[in-house]
Design a protein around this ligand. Structure first.
Ligand SMILES: [Zn+2]
Length: 225
């Protein structure tokens, strides 16, 4: 009971000090999560201490768009620093990743890595806002962290709801990557078929005039084919 009261207090206090979504963030988010996300209620906070949360995970297979847009890791494991986390409808960003507009320039240019992170975190807000159907709870997400890599997913024939909460957010993030770089790709189509029933209004194509990728040598052509 005390834990619940504390959590509620944290949610109220933190919601008060965050900023609402910027117009470009709202516009971009609508093309992914559609009307199922109540964007008015989202708050973005420039957080302290977040980068201090570091963990080691196994190197992932280079199958996903989100892996291929970055240089290959050197060893069997990578050390990762948490970029952001969500409490309710508030997203806490690592200080160096926060910006007044996280997708500034959209729809002229899509800053892909930033857009993927935003879509990932806002999927958690969507999970929370729709918890009567998603079954989302902070305890369940915490329980997922026991896995070696709760973000790793295998794209198969399961419905979206059968994936873990971090996997769901990763699937949305992956769709943002594939749609931007390879809208006609087979993987893009599979992701869209998986997401569309859950996110009505999901757009099939990226409308940004250009896409800014984090690694210039990334093998972009056919990246999701
Ligand atoms: Zn997540």
């Amino acid at each position: 009971m005390l834990a619940r009261a504390l959590l509620a207090l944290i949610l109220v206090l933190t919601a008060a000090c965050g900023r609402p979504l910027a117009p470009a963030e709202r516009a971009f988010t609508a093309t992914v999560l559609g009307p199922g996300l109540d964007a008015d209620r989202v708050r973005i906070v420039r957080g302290n201490l977040i980068g201090g949360l570091r963990y080691i995970r196994p190197t992932r297979p280079r199958e996903a768009c989100r892996e291929k847009i970055l240089p290959p890791p050197a060893g069997p494991t990578v050390t990762v620093s948490t970029a952001a986390f969500v409490l309710g409808e508030t997203v806490f960003y690592r200080r160096d990743l926060w910006a007044p507009d996280l997708v500034a320039g959209y729809p002229r240019t899509l800053p892909l890595a930033d857009a993927m992170l935003l879509a990932h975190e806002l999927t958690h807000v969507w999970q929370w806002q729709n918890r009567e159907t998603t079954g989302f709870s902070p305890m369940r997400v915490a329980a997922e962290q026991a896995a070696d890599d709760p973000y790793l997913f295998v794209l198969d024939d399961r419905p979206f709801a059968a994936y873990g909460y971090e996997q769901q957010a990763s699937l949305v993030e992956e769709y943002v990557c594939c749609r931007a770089l390879d809208p006609e790709g087979a993987r893009t189509g599979r992701l869209r078929a998986l997401l569309e029933p859950v996110f009505p209004g999901l757009e099939a194509r990226e409308t940004a005039m250009s896409v800014a990728i984090p690694w210039k040598d990334a093998p972009v052509r056919g990246i999701c084919s």
